[in-house]
Design a protein around this ligand. Structure first.
Ligand SMILES: [Zn+2]
Length: 235
């Protein structure tokens, strides 16, 4: 455990230190270390999680070196792919709420609601328009914590409004899938079991794009043995 703590310390120092050095790429461009042709290498090798950094990033190793995986965006990517396949096919499972929750829409949200009601239903929401601008939420998508339902609806409706109405149905489906994935994914600052870490990594590698999240953020940062050896002046 001591040794592991020391390793974590080293990685943190590396991350901070190299932001101002040119020997290794700074962290914000380190994601570029994972190039497209490397994705296949990543997917082909066995990746073993060692633990978490600040309960937010999975520290993992493979034969090429060291990997840091953002646990939230990794899960987001997995769920996004799952939802996007299912939204159009109406196959997202719902869970009924014991007590329907009501939700008051602003005029703009009400307009947006009329536009995407069908897509919301396909995404696993059970909704009923009551009088005026009140909506009752009777069911929510199965993976979504019930207390996130109102926030998620608000976020989706505000996005639809901001994007103006011209957008294609597929764009809204993607927006809904991305918002849903974000709300249902594990958060940062959350302790994960070794099994959950392995599950996240294995399923991330099966997605269409393991290295970027639906919003284009990097999911994996990689430090190759070459980078490490160069950093220690071993080459
Ligand atoms: Zn997110």
């Amino acid at each position: 455990v001591r040794e592991f703590d020391n390793n974590v310390q080293t990685i943190e120092n590396w991350a901070t230190k190299n932001q101002s050095e040119t020997v290794l790429p700074p962290l914000d461009s380190a994601a570029k270390l994972v190039k497209t042709q490397e994705v296949e290498q990543i997917a082909s090798g066995k990746i073993s999680p060692l633990g978490q950094l600040h309960e937010s990033y999975i520290i993992a190793v493979d034969k090429e070196g060291l990997l840091l995986v953002d646990q939230h965006v990794a899960h987001e990517r997995i769920l996004f792919d799952k939802y996007r396949q299912k939204v159009g096919a109406r196959r997202i499972e719902s869970q009924n709420l014991l007590l329907p929750e009501t939700f008051d829409l602003t005029p703009a949200q009400a307009t947006a609601y009329d536009l995407v009601e069908k897509e919301l239903e396909e995404s696993g929401f059970g909704l009923m328009r009551l009088s005026g601008r009140t909506v009752a939420i009777k069911a929510v998508p199965a993976d979504l914590p019930a207390h996130e339902a109102k926030n998620l609806l608000r976020e989706i409706l505000d996005t639809v409004d901001a994007e103006k109405r011209g957008a294609a149905r597929d764009t809204w489906r993607d927006e809904i899938a991305a918002s849903l994935a974000c709300k249902a994914a594990v958060k940062v600052n959350m302790k994960l079991t070794p099994e959950k870490m392995q599950w996240l990594i294995d399923n991330l590698l099966k997605t269409a794009s393991p290295t970027t999240c639906p919003h284009g953020r990097p999911v994996i940062l990689r430090l190759t043995m070459r980078d490490i050896e160069r950093g220690f002046h071993r080459t």
